[in-house]
Structure formats: structure tokens, C-alpha cells
Write a protein that binds this ligand. Structure first.
Ligand code: M6R
Length: 610
């Protein structure tokens, strides 16, 4: 989704804004722009395409002297990717510049109203009405904060805004509703951004403004006022990540770096949720065991890979806990009336903590009186703030759009949650067994990462394939869902995950000579069944690639080159290991096709709008 940055200080702002935008490029974008206080007014520069275009246009920012500005990477929603639609947008009189992340749902009504008053718009965006509205209310009130409050009161939808007024040089204003925004003041400058990686070069002390609060930043101070205009004090959060975590460090892509960081992400997550003996009784203080004891139903909520985490957890939880467990895509849940028990524990899984649908599902659950636990990677994010309790994954910043290490860390967290519920309900033995299995995951994942080159070489032989199928049963099917998503996201191949037993109910008609079928085989009790599914597709010409638990006996005529062995500490937690092999498979195909894995087309890291 769009990225926002802002800098006001004593140094030239433009190069700093461009640098900040680079740090947010992972969010996905198709055009970019900056606006600065310059020569007594506001100037803008906007360009379509990669940031290099904007950097070229502004010669790296060197043509500007201004020390205060805002910047934006745009992910087109309303209006094509074009310079006229890129942000910042100016008010008609040029006195107000705005960058916006989010969607204004009632923009047509506002546009018509403003046009009736003589406004002439120059873009097709929903965002352009915002500077026009602010300028209108500035004329009426003569007071920037009040103008922002009145303008935002008219907006329906989601927004994080960075705002400059030509009459107030050196000042940036910012406000948010449902879209992410962080702000910071440090020695000699103040900053805003959509996400912390853009601020880490400056500071690790940040604030997360609440919805509707107006932040005013100058080089010397940062003040926050609430909807009534009263001053609000925020204690800064300390970000644990350092700026090195957001660099590629010599790897060809962030995705490769992040897959290699899977074992560490798992280890750090497990350590923070367990005590010195590996017990997760209160999950590092994240939740009261009494609350866990009462749980009579579990409902996992999430989108994309986070939803797949829920599916994997569901297989494990329903087997070990013997209570009803469901997993719902948050985007569906929010508009359904899913019946939930009074003592249901809803678990909202989200790397970014900002996914609009997951946040809405959290709000809907809480409105219905359901206790909601967040499993979140970004400290202080909206889902972390709005859930009843939070289990933080400690994956560090994840920059590549396709999630890898965060997904694996989330699996560790949800398995430990299941162990904590087992213990709270008096099943110490099973809790310990599960905790030991989780403790072994980082080493198993490291063994798979150690085979990265072999897996990617195998993958390169699949690079010509247009379609691929992923089959498995039980937890292996959950892993397949994630494996096929990885392949789709970064290689643009058509890939489908199938519960192996479902194949012959239709999909097998798509199997033809040479089509790759990845069979995940880590569940001893249903291995023979999945294997017979694999045999059926092989008989129809498919090339079967087996991701098999170590020690699994495969038919003798399976080609060795097409077998990836993975160490599995326990079948209940195997997706955390088998998926790493599929992440590497997808990366290998992507590399062989010379595609960029970090910023796949049409995709955004953080989906902060519906
Ligand atoms: O930040 P979240 O975990 O809430 O994001 C949810 C999905 O948008 C995300 O997992 C998406 O599916 C990724 N691109 C998967 O690689």
C-alpha cells in the first residue's frame, strides 16, 4: 500500500525523503512524489514508475534547498498510475499539499460539492479532495489544526495524511484513521512515516498517534492534540529493530535474506514466549492462564499467509485440545455472522498488525464480547493496540512482500499458544511434548535453509512450468496452501493447493504431461493415502516433487533429484519446516525467471484498505 514520509529539520529534506521512500518501497508502489517548503511556497515533483524516476527528476533531491517536506509512494486504487495521479496533491490555490495512504469512500460526493463551489481538479484520485477541503476550512478558520479536524470529519474511509501549509514553513501536520502512521522527534528533526523502517536511521523512539489525533512537527518539537484540540502526551515506544535489520546485507533479495533468517526468527519468538525451561505457561506474560483454561472454542482470523497460519494451527489444535476450532479469512468473517461460543478465544494473526480486514474482524469480535488475542510482528501496530492481549512474534522487520520468516514465527507462536491452553486445562504431558517439538523447529528449519542451493537448483528446472499443484493431507495441506501462495506471488505461475484426497473429484483433469505436482509427505498416519494421490498424478504424466519427512519411505522409482527431505520434530508442527522448502522452491523459480521477488507486481506488503 502507499507509503508516507515526512521530514522537518535543519538539513536538506529532499534526499532524506527519497531515502525514506526507498525504505518503504517494499510496501509496493507504481509512482512517487515529494513536496517541499521552498522559496516561500510549496513545490512538488512527481514521477511514474520506480523511485529511480523521481530520483532522476530531482537529481537525487539536489535541486531543492528546503528543509521541510513530505513524500509518497502510490499504489494505484483510483486513477491509473500517472504523474497527475501521483501524490502529493495540492489545493487549487497551491497553499496545501497532502500525501494520503488509504481510500476515501465518499470522495465523489465531496468532489461534486467542491466543484459546485468552483473547484477544478487535476487528477482522478480519491485523495485530491483532501487538500481542497483543508484549504476551504483553513480559509474559514484561519487555523491549520482546526482546518484539518473539520476536513477529516467529512471523510469516510481510511487515511493517514502528511500535510504542508505554504503559510507555515517548517511545519508538517499528520493525522490518521484506520491507516498506519508513526511519528518521531529526535535531535535536530521530526519525522513521520507509514512504517518504522523509514525512521530507523534517525531514531528508535517513536509514537503511534491514535485515530483522529493531529500531530504537528517542527524541527524542535512534536505536539499532539486530540479531537477537542487538547494537548495529548505520548510516551515514546522503543523499536527493538535496528537499521541493519532493514538492509539486504549482500543477499540478492530481501526474500532470500529473510528465508535464511527463519531459524533466528523462530528462536527469538520461542524465547520471548517461554521461560528458561521452555515452558509457555503465560506466553511471556502475554496472557493470563485462567483465560486460557476457560477457552471452549478457538477461532483463528487472518488474511493470506496469516490465514494459512490459522489453518495449520487448526489441525494441531483440534487434534490436541478436542475443542471446536475454526479458521476464517478475516475479509469474510467481518461480513458474516459466524456463531461463536461465549468463551471463544479469537486469535488474530497479522505480521504488519495493520491489515484492514483483520483489524475489522478484531473490532467485530470484540463488539460481540469475544476475547481477542493478537499474534503480531509489528510492536505498537493497530491490531496490537486493539486486541485484549498480544503475543509478539520476534521476526524482525520483514521487507519482502511475500512473507517467509514472519509466517514461520507466527506458526511457532500459535503452537505455543496451543501448548499453553493444554497446560492451563491440566494436560501437562501433551503441553510438554508440543513445547519440545516447537523448541526443535529452529534447528530443523536451519537444516532446510542449509539445503537452499540444492532446492533452488531443483526449482530452476521447473521454471518453464505454467501451472503447478501442491497436494497434501492434514497439516501438509495447510502447508501446501502457503507453498502455492508463495509460488503465485513471486513467479506469477498458476498454482493451486489441493487436499490430496480431493484431487480426483475434479482437479485431476488438469494434470498433463510434465505439470509439476509438489507432494508434501510428513504425516505418517495418512502418508500412504497422499502417496497414492501422488502415484495417480504421476501415472498421468505429472512430475512429482516430494517434500518428505526424513525417513519417509518413498517408492523406489521416485527420482532422487525430485525429493527434498525435511527433518520434522513432530508431524503436528511440520508446516513450520516443510513450508521453508516451498519458500525456497518459489524463490528458485523466481530467480530462474529473473523476476524481482521483493516487489511482485500488483502486490502490497501491508493491505491497509479493503
Ligand atoms: O500483515 P498481515 O500478516 O496481516 O498480512 C496478511 C496478508 O496480506 C499477507 O500474509 C499476504 O498474504 C502476503 N503477501 C503473503 O506472502
Amino acid at each position: 500500500m502507499c507509503g508516507i514520509v515526512g521530514y522537518t529539520g535543519f538539513e536538506a529534506a529532499a534526499p532524506r525523503l527519497l531515502d525514506g521512500l526507498e525504505k518503504l518501497a517494499y510496501r509496493g508502489y507504481d509512482s512517487a512524489g515529494i513536496a517541499l517548503h521552498e522559496r516561500g511556497g510549496l513545490v512538488t515533483a512527481r514521477a511514474v514508475g520506480k523511485l529511480g524516476e523521481l530520483i532522476g527528476l530531482t537529481r537525487g533531491g539536489s535541486i531543492y534547498r528546503g528543509t521541510c517536506g513530505i513524500g509518497h509512494t502510490r499504489w494505484a486504487t483510483h486513477g491509473a498510475p500517472a504523474a497527475r495521479n501521483a501524490h502529493p496533491h495540492l489545493s487549487q490555490d497551491g497553499g496545501v499539499a497532502v500525501v494520503h495512504n488509504g481510500i476515501i469512500e465518499n470522495y465523489r460526493i465531496l468532489k461534486a460539492e467542491l466543484e459546485a463551489e468552483g473547484a477544478v481538479f487535476s487528477s482522478e484520485t480519491d485523495s485530491e479532495v483532501i487538500p481542497f477541503l483543508i484549504a476551504k476550512y483553513l480559509k474559514q478558520t484561519g487555523e491549520p489544526e482546526e482546518a484539518i479536524r473539520r476536513a477529516t470529519a467529512r471523510l469516510v474511509g481510511a487515511y493517514a495524511l502528511g500535510i504542508l501549509f505554504s503559510e507555515y514553513p517548517g511545519r508538517i501536520y499528520a493525522v490518521r484513521y484506520q491507516s498506519p502512521l508513526v511519528a518521531a522527534h529526535c535531535e535536530g528533526c521530526s519525522l513521520i512515516a507509514s512504517d518504522v523502517p523509514a525512521l530507523l536511521e534517525y531514531t528508535r523512539q517513536v509514537i503511534y498517534p491514535a485515530e483522529g489525533e493531529v500531530v504537528c512537527l517542527t524541527p524542535d518539537a512534536m505536539t499532539v492534540t486530540n479531537a477537542d484540540g487538547k494537548a495529548v502526551r505520548h510516551l515514546p515506544h522503543t523499536v527493538e529493530w535496528d537499521s541493519a535489520a532493514a538492509r539486504k546485507d549482500g543477499y540478492s533479495s530481501f526474500m532470500e535474506k529473510e528465508i535464511r533468517e527463519v531459524p533466528r526468527a523462530m528462536e527469538q519468538t520461542i524465547r520471548s514466549l517461554t521461560d528458561g525451561e521452555g515452558r509457555c505457561t503465560d506466553l511471556g506474560g502475554g496472557i493470563d492462564p485462567a483465560r486460557l483454561r476457560e477457552t471452549e472454542e478457538l477461532c483463528f482470523l487472518g488474511c493470506g499467509s496469516a490465514y494459512h497460519v490459522g489453518v495449520a494451527a487448526q489441525y494441531c489444535a483440534e487434534k490436541l485440545l478436542g475443542i471446536p476450532v475454526r479458521t476464517e479469512p478475516a475479509s469474510e468473517f467481518r461480513y458474516r455472522r459466524v456463531p461463536l461460543a461465549k468463551n471463544c478465544l479469537a486469535v488474530a494473526v497479522s505480521q504488519s498488525g495493520e491489515t484492514a480486514d483483520t483489524l475489522a474482524a478484531v473490532r467485530e469480535s470484540r463488539r460481540r464480547g469475544i476475547y481477542v488475542l493478537g499474534v503480531v510482528n509489528v510492536v505498537g501496530s493497530a491490531i496490537a493496540r486493539e486486541t485484549d492481549a498480544v503475543l509478539y512474534t520476534r521476526a524482525g522487520p520483514e521487507i519482502a512482500v511475500a512473507t517467509t520468516k514472519a509466517y514461520c514465527a507466527q506458526l511457532c507462536a500459535v503452537y505455543l499458544l496451543i501448548a499453553a491452553i493444554l497446560r492451563a486445562k491440566g494436560n501437562e504431558e501433551e503441553a510438554r511434548r508440543l513445547e519440545r517439538a516447537v523448541a526443535a523447529l529452529p534447528e530443523c528449519a536451519a537444516a532446510v535453509v542449509g539445503r537452499a542451493e540444492k532446492i533452488m537448483t531443483l526449482a530452476s528446472s521447473l521454471s518453464g512450468a505454467r501451472d503447478a499443484f501442491f497436494i497434501g493431507r492434514g497439516a501438509d495441506y495447510a502447508a501446501c496452501m502457503e507453498g502455492s501462495l508463495k509460488l503465485k506471488e513471486i513467479t506469477y505461475s498458476h498454482a493451486e493447493a489441493y487436499a490430496a484426497g480431493e484431487l480426483k473429484h475434479g482437479t485431476i483433469s488438469l494434470i498433463e504431461e510434465g505439470v509439476p505436482v509438489v507432494a508434501v509427505l510428513t504425516q505418517p498416519h495418512i502418508l500412504a493415502k497422499t502417496l497414492s494421490g501422488a502415484e495417480e498424478v504421476r501415472a498421468r504424466g505429472a512430475r512429482v516433487i516430494a517434500i518428505a519427512g526424513e525417513g519417509v519411505a518413498l517408492p523406489e522409482d521416485f527420482a532422487d533429484r525430485d525429493v527434498i527431505s525435511v527433518p520434522v520434530p513432530d508431524p503436528d508442527v511440520s508446516p513450520a519446516v516443510s513450508t521453508v522448502a516451498m519458500q525456497l522452491l518459489a524463490l528458485g523459480v523466481c530467480r530462474a525467471r529473473a523476476l524481482d521477488p521483493d516487489q511482485p507486481r500488483n502486490l502490497a506488503k501491508s493491505v491497509t484498505v479493503e
